[in-house]
Every structure is written in C-alpha cells, then in structure tokens.
Design a binder for this molecule. Structure first.
Ligand code: SAM
Length: 298
C-alpha cells in the first residue's frame, strides 16, 4: 500500500484558523488577513493548500512591510472588472469608479445626439476607465483609445485588456497610444472623439512628503504629482494641459470629464470656460466633495 501523500491532506481547518489569527496579529487587521488567505487559497486545490499557506505568509510579510494590499494581491476590483495591479501603475480608486459613472452618463447623452462612438481615456494607468467603458458600452459599438506617457503603465494596461477580454468576452476595440496627453493621438483621430475622460495627476509636489508612505513609497510619483497651474493652483498643471488641449481635438458635440481635487474646482471651471467650453460644471462625489469636472463643447 502506498503511503499517503502528506501534501494531499491539505491544511486542516484548525491550522488555517491558527494561520489566520497569526497573520491578523502581524498585520493588525483581521480583514486584511482573511483577504490575503482567501486569495492565496482560492485557486489552490487540496494538494496545493500547504503551498497556499506558505504563499499567504509571504504576502502578509510584504503587506506588513508597508506595500499596498492591492500590489500584494496583484489584482483589484474596479467596477465590474478584476484588474491586474502592480508598481507599474497607479492603483485605481473608488472615486474614479464614480467618475466613470459621470463619463458614461455624458457618453450616453452624446450618443443619443448622434455623436461618433469614440472615447479617449487620457492617462489610462492600468486601463481601468478605458476597459470599464469598453465592457459597459461595447454593445453600443463604442471604441476606446487609451493613452499614457509611461510605457510600463501601458504594458500593464495591455495585459489587462487581455484579461478583461478573456473574462468578459468581446469588449470591442480598445487601442493604446503612448505620448503626452492629446499628443498621443494620431492626426486622423483628431475631431472624431466625442468624449474624453481623464484622471490625471493632481497632487502638488509640496504634498508629496506628507502622503501616506503606503502610497508615497510604492505608487509611481508621476502618476500622482503634477506641477501647479499657470495661475498657481497647486497640482493643477496636468488638468490644465488636458483642458486646454480639448478645444481643437474634440468632435462637436463633445465633452470632457476630468477627476480633480476639491480645492481645484474653481480653477477648473474658469479654465474650462476660458478654453472654449460652453458649459462647465463640477459635480460632487458620493462623499459630497467636488470631484468631477464636466466640460461640454458644442
Ligand atoms: C492618477 S493616474 C490615473 C490612472 C488611471 N486613469 C486610473 O484612474 O486609475 C494618472 C496617469 O496619468 C499618466 N500621466 C502622467 N503624466 C502624463 C502625461 N503628460 N501624458 C499622459 N499621461 C500622463 C500617469 O502615467 C498615470 O498613469
């Protein structure tokens, strides 16, 4: 008779509870310990459970050393998507899930007016906004062009396009372009984009040192920090660049949706109206703070 494979017995339930308690103590968070354990065990069959326990310990060590939970797990939800996340790109935030709602509402309004179904996501990072729009409006033939200046972020966004297509089926056309803001677009694309959406960097360099080290020491500096605007508004330079480039590039009717920091709302409204927008509004997010500029060009 063959001896039982010691790994085939998996990790007894009591051992798993003990491991969970010990990870919770080292992380100071029962919720994060459960998260890491569930993730490590999710794809493991019984034979692999001991390896999953070792992997959970390794992940918890990285988290305890200060890495963001999202990078430790290597994937994170954004709306209906489960995106790969790592140090190549900014971690998509809940505020941006809400900004995507604002962008989808603008897109639906424009499509109802017969506008071309082309959207651009400027500064796409993991591809979060672009891929969410492609999945949620692909059935309406929407095409998305996603741009970034950072080739590493675009590499991750391309891996996410494959992952999302594998899980959500036909997601329509999502193309990537490298370059600074509007300059990434090809000449033929100018004038046929109805909606531009962007979550650009909007943290001022002066705030960088005071950021939570989980963010400051791991997420890409250039994804977060922007120079001041031309009027001196802290962290407003990138938003200003996106806004001032819209007028010559958007189709008519067209619209631009930009995520911003609450203190930038006034500068955003006056820059939008001074850059050819006929109607500009800043909407409050779900916590009641000014968060999304909607600038219409028609
Ligand atoms: C705050 S992150 C947002 C990423 C993603 N859209 C999201 O919401 O998760 C800003 C992104 O803008 C990109 N970026 C910064 N400066 C840029 C520029 N001049 N042109 C294009 N992209 C830029 C960064 O590489 C980064 O991916």
């Amino acid at each position: 008779m063959r001896a039982p494979d010691p790994l085939a017995v998996g990790v007894p339930r009591d051992d798993r509870r003990a491991l969970e308690r010990s990870l919770a103590a080292s992380l100071g968070s029962a919720r994060e310990a459960r998260w890491i354990l569930d993730d490590a065990f999710e794809s493991a069959g019984r034979v692999a459970e001991r390896e999953a326990a070792a992997s959970a310990r390794r992940l918890a060590r990285r988290r305890a050393a200060g890495e963001p939970l999202q990078y430790v797990l290597g994937h994170w939800p954004f709306r209906d998507l489960d995106l790969l996340v790592d140090e190549r790109a900014f971690i998509p935030r809940p505020e941006t899930e809400w900004v995507t709602d604002v962008a989808l509402a603008e897109l639906d309004r424009l499509l109802a007016l017969g506008a071309p179904p082309t959207v651009v996501d400027l500064g796409t990072g993991t591809g979060a906004i672009a891929l969410a729009i492609a999945v949620e409006r692909g059935a309406r033939n929407v095409e998305v062009i996603a741009t970034d200046r950072d080739p590493a972020a675009l590499e991750l966004a391309a891996a996410n396009r494959e992952r999302v297509a594998g899980r959500h089926g036909d997601i329509g056309v999502v193309q990537f372009r490298i370059g600074s803001w509007w300059e990434a677009l090809a000449a033929g694309e100018i004038g046929r984009i109805s909606l531009a959406v962007s979550n650009p960097p909007y943290v001022d360099q002066g705030e960088w040192a005071g950021l939570d080290p989980v963010v400051r020491d791991h997420e890409p500096h250039d994804a977060l920090v922007s120079p001041p605007g031309s009027d001196g508004t802290p962290g407003f330079g990138a938003i200003e660049a996106v806004l001032s480039g819209a007028v010559g590039r958007l189709a008519r009717p067209g619209a631009l949706v930009i995520e911003l920091a609450p203190a930038q709302a006034e500068a955003a409204l006056s820059t939008a109206l001074g850059s050819g927008s006929i109607e500009a509004t800043v909407l409050d997010d779900l916590t009641g703070r000014p968060r999304a500029l909607v600038a219409r060009f028609e």
